[in-house]
Unconditional design. Structure first.
Length: 497
């Protein structure tokens, strides 16, 4: 029998407002550097008599996200207590939303290997993060309450996905959307976004839903996808053996690459939801929603399609560039400047997604904050296009400006990188390379013409990237092909003299 998976995801995204969800304590990214338990107050420590107040900015960010996800915003919101007992939860309940959440019934369009798909969003609501348990082996567990009360946005998809590839596309698109909306910085390692997948399988074509398992606390796309793959296979194997799947909560063991049971059967009833008596119903006006809607930035998929259309760049590059709106802005500024210098946008995109992204990744510096501004990139590529610089020299100058700053012209001058097209200098380098590599020369002459590129590379190397590659190629061919049949090339016979 053929089986199909039915997959839904819940995403918890921290909202980086200045203060927490229900009190005035500061919200810090994990590298904020504050000592444990220094961003706390009676409200987020749940001292008796402390009263919560809803953070207006967090509600605004929630509406912003819900609108981007095409949801219906509720004009009347209610907060609710979700009770459960755990040491990281000082009140013994989380203030969340239940009966009247912020938003419902939206969708997110994604692109999958099988084409575009629309994934429905069931619900978007606001809640608060829990404290962080600091576990040390051999010592008592300690608790840092700095994270307790940090605003969280929970986004619940419908069980609309059927393959791990769709799950991955949904998670990545949602991630890019939230980062573009500046909900948070997108640092998955520090837990800015957390995924929970719920998974069941059924015979292909069946309509009913079988019991599902929920995989908790997935902090990377890799863990999300691998755990789903594992869980789908595990459930199929159980059905094939004639056994049943139990509804349960699972953890994911990254090392052993398998899911494991955490607790079984938790029903909504166990949370004993009831309206939070300390927070009155929250009314959201249509005017406020309209204001927020008017300020929505362009979303990644729309931006990607526009870059392809407006600048004729490859969809692949457009997707890379729109992974962050700051990168897309950088590209657009460079592409617009490039137009006045007849530089192709694809050429600019190639240098950004190749060399500049490489430099950014190795240094952890963001593209829009790096010393190579769009103006400098375009100035440099204009020299390249005119043939004053080789591509190797462009790389050198990019790396130099990236690490030390400075202008392209001054850097080219200082490093002596103006491309050499002078025949005499080129021929000197070519002779050197041929002399130093008799074996390769022999191979080439035995009609291994594929070696030409290798020879060009050698000349580029000894010239420090200054040799004009096109001219080098032409001269190399002449020199290498002068004597075929095992004799030494006439190194002293310089054709220009
Ligand atoms: Zn507080
Ligand atoms: Mn939640």
């Amino acid at each position: 029998m053929e089986y199909e998976a039915v997959i839904g995801v819940e995403v918890h995204a921290q909202i980086y407002t200045r203060s927490k969800m229900y009190c005035a304590c500061p919200v810090l990214e994990d590298n904020g550097g504050l000592a444990p338990n220094s961003a706390v107050c009676p409200v987020c420590l749940a001292l008796p008599g402390a009263l919560p107040v809803v953070n207006r900015r967090a509600v605004e960010m929630g509406i912003r996200s819900a609108l981007a996800l095409n949801c219906e915003i509720a004009t009347v919101n209610r907060f609710a207590r979700k009770s459960y007992f755990y040491p990281d939860l000082p009140k013994g309940y989380q203030i969340s939303q239940h009966a009247l959440p912020l938003a419902r019934d939206g969708y997110l369009d994604i692109e999958t290997p099988q084409g575009p798909r629309r994934i429905h969003i069931r619900q978007v609501h606001l809640e608060e993060d829990a404290a962080k348990l600091l576990k040390t082996t051999g010592a008592p567990t300690r608790i840092d309450f700095n994270r307790a009360g940090v605003p969280l946005l929970e986004i619940v998809s419908a069980a609309d996905m059927h393959t791990p590839a769709e799950l991955q596309a949904y998670a990545k698109t949602l991630y890019r959307t939230l980062v573009n909306l500046r909900i948070n910085g997108g640092n998955l390692e520090s837990g800015a976004l957390r995924f929970e997948a719920n998974i069941s399988v059924r015979p292909r074509g069946a309509r009913n839903l079988n019991p599902r398992s929920e995989i908790k606390n997935l902090n990377s796309f890799r863990a999300l996808v691998r755990s789903a793959e594992y869980e789908i296979q595990r459930q199929i194997a159980l059905y094939r053996q004639g056994r049943s799947v139990e509804q349960q909560t699972l953890g994911w063991d990254e090392k052993q690459a398998r899911t494991y049971p955490q607790r079984s059967k938790e029903q909504a009833d166990d949370y004993r939801y009831f309206p939070e008596p300390d927070i009155p119903p929250l009314h959201i006006t249509k005017t406020w929603i309209a204001e927020i809607r008017a300020q929505l930035p362009e979303l990644p998929l729309a931006q990607k399609n526009r870059l392809v259309k407006d600048y004729a760049i490859r969809p692949y590059d457009a997707a890379l560039l729109t992974e962050s709106s700051a990168n897309a802005d950088y590209f657009e500024r460079a592409a617009k400047l490039g137009q006045t210098h007849a530089l192709s946008a694809q050429e600019i995109a190639n240098w950004i997604s190749g060399e500049l992204f490489r430099l950014c990744n190795t240094t952890d510096i963001q593209l829009h904050e790096c010393a190579v501004t769009p103006e400098k990139l375009v100035a440099l590529l204009t020299h390249y296009q005119k043939g004053y610089l080789s591509s190797t020299a462009v790389k050198t100058v990019l790396a130099e400006i990236f690490t030390k700053g400075g202008s392209p012209d001054a850097t080219i001058e200082r490093l002596g990188l103006i491309q050499v097209s002078d025949d005499k200098a080129l021929i000197d380098w070519i002779k050197q390379v041929i002399e130093q590599n008799p074996q390769q020369t022999q191979l080439y002459q035995n009609s291994k013409t594929g070696l030409l590129g290798w020879f060009v590379g050698q000349v580029m190397q000894i010239s420090g990237g200054k040799a004009n590659p096109a001219k080098t190629r032409t001269w190399l061919q002449k020199f290498l092909e002068q004597k075929v049949g095992g004799q030494k090339p006439p190194l002293n016979d310089n054709p220009t003299r």
